[in-house]
Design a protein around this ligand. Sequence first.
Ligand SMILES: CC(C)(COP(=O)(O)OP(=O)(O)OC[C@H]1O[C@@H](n2cnc3c(N)ncnc32)[C@H](O)[C@@H]1OP(=O)(O)O)[C@@H](O)C(=O)NCCC(=O)NCCS
Length: 144
Amino acid sequence: MIKIKNILAQETYDIRLSVLRNNIDLPYKFEGDEEGSTFHLGAFYEKKLVGIATFMKSNLEAFDVEQYQLRGMATLPEVRGMGAGKKLINKAIEILEERRITVLWCNARKEAVGFYENLGFKITGEEFEVPKVGAHFKMYYLVN
Ligand SMILES: CC(C)(COP(=O)(O)OP(=O)(O)OC[C@H]1O[C@@H](n2cnc3c(N)ncnc32)[C@H](O)[C@@H]1OP(=O)(O)O)[C@@H](O)C(=O)NCCC(=O)NCCS
């Protein structure tokens, strides 16, 4: 059974490094990680941290409403398909509803678009390239 808990920024670093920065020379610490409005969620399976996601306030002009950005979304390969990713996002949506946030958005890797669509996210705009990482789409979820 997978449980979701709040975690600290530093607890996300190992999975960020192994899953999201494997052979990719980009920072694994994000500006805003330590902001008071930022929160980090961890998915635990048999007491082990197996999934992470970070949610930070953002001011992207495309969304002229109260908004948060999802960053650093990753689960360990051995738990994929077990619902950890979905539980992380659903817990965040609950928290964002309480905070009266309107939009949750992310820069989704092309391979992960189906995961976000499954959760109700929609694509906006055209495909774009993130140097060193690859093709992405901007995706958003209407929280409130
Ligand atoms: C994308 C990722 C976070 C999904 O995590 P996960 O723990 O496997 O997701 P879940 O088990 O909660 O899957 C939820 C649902 O989405 C589906 N799904 C998961 N990954 C998918 C994908 N890449 N494409 C399409 N559907 C996907 C699952 O089959 C499941 O469907 P169901 O509800 O009908 O059973 C994980 O594969 C990952 O860490 N990938 C590498 C890093 C990455 O790409 N992160 C996202 C960066 S934007």
